[in-house]
Design a protein around this ligand. Structure first.
Ligand SMILES: C[S@@+](CC[C@H](N)C(=O)[O-])C[C@H]1O[C@@H](n2cnc3c(N)ncnc32)[C@H](O)[C@@H]1O
Length: 282
């Protein structure tokens, strides 16, 4: 009978051939998922036989990953700020870069007990808004999205994280029909210039929802829609935290300043400006 070690070797080879960067690591994760065995068991008992139905399940997962479907979709989960998020097709996979906005929020609101009113424009999996609700136990949050799939995913994640009683979700474009005021508005809107999407990793260009990526010709369409609405949405002393793409601050800071905002920036772990902090004009 085929052993766990045989399958790990087979999977590593298949994923390497598909151009995947960390094939042994990913093959092991898929083997854990298909067999229900722990990492420790797979490592210490490589000679253990694997039944046929588990072998077939593993090969089915491998075949999906070999098409470059994201691991997060195959496993149905991703981690953000060390919290578990369910994700699947139709919902952007949470990115480590986006944690920069959580860092910025914690720096902007050091009192974790504050009853903050939060708005997340383009809530996706809920990673930003639900993490904030988890970190600020007296906060309440409203999330918007145009994707029903995303809103359903946020709802599910909110229930799993136990923050659903403080959450409201609205299907709308940006913040249309939403009335403030909010102490903190966060948004990680689509910001990839349309022509660049096809050149991204296949996991992104072939599998992630285009509406979560496509920022229009120069990548800035969403900011043009959101920025002029922020004075209406923000409370006095309110703050907006916006995720941006590489070098987009060069255009977006002057755009925000022209609307009267005071702007500061925060870099991600690669030292790229990833977050703009906007203070409401007085
Ligand atoms: C880059 S994703 C971010 C998702 C999530 N906030 C995160 O950080 O992972 C952008 C999200 O904006 C949503 N979106 C796109 N166009 C929108 C619009 N006009 N109004 C509201 N949401 C929109 C997409 O469906 C997607 O969920």
């Amino acid at each position: 009978m085929i052993t766990a070690g045989d399958l790990l070797a087979e999977g590593t080879g298949a994923l390497a051939a598909a151009g995947i960067g960390n094939p042994r690591f990913e093959a092991r994760l898929l083997l854990e998922a298909a067999t229900g065995r722990s990492r420790a068991r797979l490592v210490t008992e490589p000679a253990e036989p694997v039944p046929v139905h588990e072998t077939q399940a593993f090969r089915a997962l491998l075949a999906r990953r070999a098409t470059r479907e994201p691991m997060a979709y195959i496993l149905g989960r991703a981690e953000f700020w060390s919290l578990p998020f369910a994700v699947g097709p139709g919902v952007l996979v949470p990115r480590a870069d986006t944690e920069t906005l959580i860092e910025a929020a914690l720096a902007a609101f050091p009192d974790r007990g504050r009853p903050l009113r939060l708005l997340d424009i383009g809530v996706g999996s809920g990673c930003l808004l639900l993490t904030l609700l988890h970190l600020f136990p007296n906060a309440r949050g409203l999330g918007t999205d145009t994707s029903e799939t995303a809103l359903a995913c946020t709802r599910r994640n909110a229930e799993r994280l136990g923050v659903d009683s403080r959450l409201e979700l609205v299907e709308t474009a940006w913040a249309e029909g939403v009335s403030g005021p909010f102490d903190l508005v966060v948004s990680n809107p689509p910001y990839i210039p349309t022509a660049e999407i096809a050149g991204l990793e296949p996991e992104v260009s072939l599998f992630e929802p285009r509406a979560a990526l496509n920022g229009g010709a120069d990548g800035l369409d969403a900011y043009r829609a959101i920025l002029p609405d922020l004075p209406r949405l923000l409370a006095p002393e309110g703050t907006a935290l916006l995720e941006i793409g590489k070098d987009q601050e060069k255009v977006l800071i002057p755009m925000a300043e022209a609307l009267g905002f005071a702007v500061t920036t925060r870099c991600d772990l690669a030292d790229i400006v990833r977050c703009l902090r906007l203070l409401r004009p007085r």
